[in-house]
Design a protein around this ligand. Sequence first.
Ligand code: NAD
Length: 524
Amino acid sequence: MTTDLQLGVRRVLSRNPATSEVLRAFECATEGNIGEAVARARKAQAGWSQLGIQKRLVVLRTFQHILQQKKSDVARLITREAGKPYAEALATEILVVLDAVRFLVEQSYQHLREEPVPHGNLAMKTKRGRILREPYGVIGIISPWNYPFSIPATESAAALAAGNSVVLKPSEWTTLVALELAALLREAGLPEDVFQVLPGDGLTGATLAKAFIDKLIFTGSVPTGRRIAETAGARLLPVVLELGGKDPMIVLEDADIDVASSGAVWGAFVNAGQACLSVERCYVQRRLYAPFLEACVRKTQRLRVGDGLTPGTDIGPLIHERQVRLVEEHVQDAVTHGARILSGGHRLPELGANFYAPTLLADVTHEMRIMREETFGPVLPVMAFDEEEQAIDWANDSAYGLGASIWTRDSQHGEQLARCLQAGAVMVNDAVSCFGIAEAPHGGVKASGLGRTHGKFGLEEMVRVKYVDSDRLPGIKRVWWYGYGAAFAKQMEGFLDMQFAGSLSARVKGAVRSLGILTREGRL
Ligand code: NAD
């Protein structure tokens, strides 16, 4: 990392992972800074919420317009700070955010508006019920470096549409991109303090989780997510946890080898494998195993690794050297236990300290770290299976449950198998890309997290549900209030029979016995 202890001030350094050049240093926000930022956010939130959804959406639409105009500059900044190829920054960051705002502009009013609640209970027929969706207040967001723009921007846009203010603690590796997001929102007319960025490291994040926020949306690794959950549990702070994954890809014997191998290579190596939804393990039905591997080798060897700003680059650097070491360890462990390297399997020091060759491993087993732990690097480990049940068992044999994919010419069969997989999202004949569907809920099961972002479920996470009940007969005492008397119990028995007894005659008798319940005397 990049924390520099000097005179008690902690700093984080933003670096270009392709060149290791330091782009800028930031002082970490102190506990005092965080408390003040949250207090300012709380003050600003009231006005933002009262503005009403339509005016808030006008600001988001303006943000969308400005982002569209500045797309190239923002994408280049993302590439400089996070390393991914410029084309990927456009496709997986800018496009995702533009489309998420499109969804909010088109649909958030409909999802957030008041909703009548019709009553079935006969005793409650005089009441009118409504659901209100109210903003939490101040939403804290802690985000990772791998999608430094699209993750905090999509989460923040939903929080803002719902009337919250946001305090964002971005990854220590990608502060510049977060500050760019803040600048774009300000330019779009977002009032001061409604969206604030607090640069800093893990300790800054931990301090934000303890600050006077109303909800926390965390995206990052499982170990950090567990720590956040402990802090949140102690004070019952609502949280969304978007954590790591170990997504399986299952290739059935009727799959198109050319399509599936291209999907595997892209799904495993996109963003140098540093995507929460990337293909982390691949199971291929025996008949296709050899030709599938052969196609993957051919395609992997054609990939161009380099600086993401160089035109034509397919794969950029990893974010930092620690990540390269983790990838190396997983590959080494696999080879020690019998896996074969068909392509890559080594660093690319001639390109820089953080480059690792896209790597294809065959004959892996489920005991290897590469099949059990999140690798988060450009490695595609492949193993063969005979029966579908075996592949489903292996796919589910994981602590994680973020995404999964099934590859087959029979989409219906693929969708059927999708029901058997323990995952937050299953794609049939594609991988990773459902993150880019603004309407699709994103989130995991098991250790991959709690709650959802994106789409209507993501919007629901940004509001408290309040039920408002209003009686239409304010001048009448309710029949179930005190002053029960002897007759009331009989009337109540009849009332229950009238509604729920099995036979018609019992219901009719119940109706007769319940007579007088509405005009019951003696109510206090
Ligand atoms: P990380 O957990 O190291 O850090 C994430 C964020 O948490 C950073 O901003 C960091 O400063 C902060 N943080 C660190 N320690 C903290 C603490 N004790 N309390 C509060 N905040 C703390 O993760 P990372 O390396 O930045 O990101 C990679 C991980 O994120 C991978 O596991 C990946 O799968 C996961 N991820 C998940 C999703 C998803 O949507 N499910 C999306 C992207 C990344």
